[in-house]
Structure formats: C-alpha cells, structure tokens
Design a protein. Structure first.
Length: 127
C-alpha cells in the first residue's frame, strides 16, 4: 500500500494546467523499489475550504494517469476507485484516519488531496 498527500487544488481532466498538476502528483508520490501490481484500489480524498466547482469524478483521471510508471505500471490495474470531496470548514467526523492523513489535517493549510493505492478486495460487497 502507498499513501501520500498532494498540496493544492486538483485539476480536472480538461484543465490546461493538468500537466503541471500531474507533475505535482508524481513528485509527491513516495519513492519505491517496485511498482504495485495485481488488481488495485485507488482512493482519492480532496480536502478543500469553503466551496469548489470540481466534481469528485473529474479529478480521478488526471491523478490515475499521473501514477502510471510511478506507483503502478498501467492504470488498467486499477479496478476499484473511491473519490470524495470534504469541506474542511464543515467536515464530517474522520474516523480511524491514517497517520499520513492526520498529519495533513493538522498541519496543511488550504486544499490538499490524500491519495492511497493498495490491493483491491477480491470480494464484491454492497454495503
């Protein structure tokens, strides 16, 4: 499993600044000795302050593409995606936050994205 935080506001798939955002994502990803393989789950949590016009689904593809050859070889190995927007000014309770996310919540001002990639669960559940 790999998790990290990217400071700043994500870009959608059609933004002209998409390449710069993708470079920021790649640079924030932790260095690793081997790429993840097998069926993977990508989780994206966008923490913003106040209001945003970004749709949760439109920020997925630029991030997913940016992680190719950095976290995994090909984004076709991502079989499960969860994308969420969280307003930091009126947040829901964050339960069991990983240390990386907890640190970002307590020390980062402004927008940021928490990204987590790990093995996909083999079962299909509808809960």
């Amino acid at each position: 499993m790999i998790e990290f935080v990217v400071e700043g506001t994500p870009r959608n798939h059609s933004a002209r600044s998409r390449p710069q955002w993708q470079a920021r994502v790649r640079n924030a990803a932790p260095a690793q000795t081997a790429l993840l393989d097998g069926s993977l789950r990508l989780r994206i949590d966008f923490f913003f302050e106040g209001a945003t016009d970004l749709d949760a689904d439109n920020i997925i593809k630029p991030i997913q593409d940016a992680l190719e050859h950095v976290v995994y070889d090909n984004d076709e190995s991502v079989v499960d995606v969860c994308s969420r927007k969280v307003d930091r000014l009126s947040p829901p309770p964050v339960i069991d936050a990983p240390a990386t996310l907890e640190t970002a919540l307590n020390s980062t001002t402004g927008d940021f994205v928490y990204i987590r990639v790990g093995a996909a669960h083999p079962e299909v559940t509808f809960s």
